[in-house]
Design a protein around this ligand. Structure first.
Ligand code: ASP
Length: 586
């Protein structure tokens, strides 16, 4: 027996008169004085079934018992709808199937929510993900994701990249997150780590002579979940031997363009814009600036050195944002709160009203020259940051993003892709009082600065780059270290002794001593990319079975405790009690 001749979205007037079988889900049933209409749905669309008790008594009886989401198989003749019943909104709207045989293939319990219902809480949607996935939005998003992955694979293949699978059970691969670990039955007390990325394997593959590697790799990072983060996600991971960074960028830009084209969209103009990290931080207060709006940050440190306003005169850095709106007191106090949230002690401002008069408690302390430098158009506000440079950057960057959204300055019709380049090699961690890496420990320094790695770590720029799209970091990459001595120097700055380095990364140092070509690459976060392509606000909308914010998977209820025997077999003893409430599926 054949289940179906056509998919639900396929019947057209050309098939009128044919006997057809269709199968799918009952999206809606309407009883109309004897006639029963059922919208039969699958991923391609809807076919209207009509059951007439006068022609098909048994089918009509069955039709009365149909409820939403029952799976049905219907046979009958395709007929034209009466002119007044034509539905121009549906591709199948000119025809309907006059059913003579109707079979309930499978039943559905009453649904916790209707598929087309708006405003269903996300946790409920995740708990009943299979129903949520049946809806238009998730069907569209996962199919879009598949189209993008297929386009990327075709493109990478056409550029000569070799798809190599690397292990998911491995040694720690530091990318700045915590590791998920796997106990090993055959070696109790030992653990594999799930890879935060295939970083070291791809470097080894370059040294092994593969020249161009790529993989759609799953990565695992134990960090707090956010709108753009899941514990596990995929990357388009790639690496090239003997590359310049421009060559890496060209490959990545090509993959982005191929994805746009596969979706029938105009690809962004190439080459993408480039901005040094320094410029991004000083002008936009962020290493992933959204360039769909202006609001650049300006510097006034020099100008205010002799200011009568002590806060300015004494601050190591004074910078400001000019906003095209004269804020009221209450609006300013909201902005003050935002600034404090990001670490500012206060928020100095000058408001220029519609007449161009200045309104501000600090105006009386400022010289004519200062006021002239800050003067803005009537109907604007100048907001100041005065503190340590890093704090000023952070606060003004946060205010810039907040105001971009709040004042609707963002031009949604634009796509702004840019490369942020020349990151510092290290960052100073004030809490821990030590240097940390700003990208990962395998990133190369700008050529010529290697001898300062240990003597002046803070002054060394790296060969790392990020790709940013409308304020989201799509991915990172770099030209790597291929000299084991330089690699050791970087480890030492990070507080990893030569001995520890041998223990943790001995294989890498060894392989680097056996003929390592210069190499570099990139990894593009696929789910983030697809989220933006789909115009969705968060990554969970493009992942079939995501974790909820609490880190659990609501449909299966994972993670769950293990039985004692299984723990014993793994050589694992639980020392913290299980605090999760088992009834809580979040
Ligand atoms: N492994 C890096 C990451 O996951 C990407 C790279 O440097 O190629 O961010």
């Amino acid at each position: 027996m054949k289940w179906r001749d056509l998919l639900c979205g396929e019947p057209r007037p050309e098939q009128v008169g044919q006997r057809l079988t269709v199968a799918g889900w009952a999206a809606r049933r309407r009883d109309h004085g004897g006639l029963v209409f059922i919208d039969l749905r699958d991923h391609t669309g809807i076919c209207q079934l009509v059951v007439n008790p006068e022609h098909a008594a048994e089918a009509a009886e069955t039709a009365h018992a149909v409820r939403n989401e029952f799976v049905l198989r219907a046979e009958g003749e395709l007929v034209r709808r009466a002119p007044e019943a034509v539905n121009p909104a549906l591709p199948t709207g000119e025809v309907e199937l006059q059913v003579d045989t109707l079979e309930i293939v499978s039943r559905s319990e009453p649904l916790p929510f209707q598929l087309d219902e708006d405003g269903v809480e996300e946790l409920t949607r995740l708990r009943y993900r299979y129903l949520d996935l049946r809806g238009d939005r998730m069907q569209r998003n996962l199919r879009l994701s598949a189209t993008v992955v297929a386009a990327i694979r075709r493109y990478m293949d056409s550029r000569g990249f070799v798809d190599v699978w690397t292990p998911n059970m491995t040694k720690a691969t530091p990318e700045g997150a915590r590791d998920f670990v796997v106990p090993v039955r055959l070696q109790p007390g030992r653990f594999f780590a799930l890879p935060q990325s295939p970083q070291l394997f791809k470097q080894v593959l370059m040294i092994a002579g593969f020249d161009r590697y790529y993989q759609i790799a799953t990565c695992f990072r134990d960090e707090d979940l956010r709108a753009d983060r899941q514990f596990e996600f995929r990357q388009l991971d790639l690496e090239l031997a003997f590359p310049t960074r421009e060559e890496v960028w060209d490959v990545v830009e090509g993959a982005v363009a191929a994805s746009f084209e596969a979706l029938g969209r105009e690809p962004p103009a190439r080459p993408f814009r480039r901005l040094t990290w320094q410029k991004a931080m000083t002008e936009y207060g962020s290493d992933k600036p959204d360039l769909r709006f202006g609001l650049e940050i300006a510097d006034a440190t020099e100008l205010t050195r002799g200011s009568q306003f002590g806060v300015f005169a004494n601050a190591p850095s004074v910078r400001f944002l000019t906003v095209p709106q004269a804020f009221s007191r209450s609006e300013l106090s909201v902005l003050q709160e935002v600034a404090k949230e990001w670490g500012a002690k206060g928020l100095a401002y000058l408001v220029f009203d519609e007449e161009g008069e200045v309104r501000s408690p600090i105006a009386k302390f400022l010289s004519e020259q200062e006021l002239a430098a800050f003067r803005a158009d009537p109907g604007s506000t100048v907001l100041f940051g005065a503190d340590e440079p890093a704090l000023v950057t952070r606060v003004l960057g946060a205010l810039r993003s907040h105001l971009g959204r709040r004042l609707e300055l963002i031009d949604d019709s634009r796509d702004e892709l840019l490369w942020v380049t020349d990151f510092p090699l290290f960052e100073w961690d004030g809490d821990e009082q030590r240097w940390t890496f700003s990208h990962h420990p395998f990133t190369g320094a700008v050529p010529g600065s290697e001898d300062r790695i240990e003597s002046e770590p803070g002054s060394v720029l790296s060969q790392a780059y990020d790709l940013v799209w409308n304020g989201w970091e799509l991915g990172s990459g770099s030209i790597r270290i291929h000299d084991p001595e330089i690699q050791r120097a970087v480890f030492r700055v990070l507080g990893i002794s030569d001995e520890d380095a041998e223990e943790r990364f001995g294989f890498l140092l060894e392989v680097m001593r056996m003929g390592a070509p210069p190499h570099g690459g990139f990894a593009l976060g696929l789910e983030r990319f697809v989220t933006l392509l789909a115009g969705e606000p968060n990554i969970r909308q493009v992942v079939a079975f995501p974790k909820a914010a609490s880190g659990s998977e609501p449909m299966t209820g994972a993670p769950t405790p293990l039985p004692d025997e299984q723990l014993a077999e793994l050589g694992v003893r639980i020392i913290a009690p299980d605090t999760a409430d088992p009834s809580r599926h979040t």
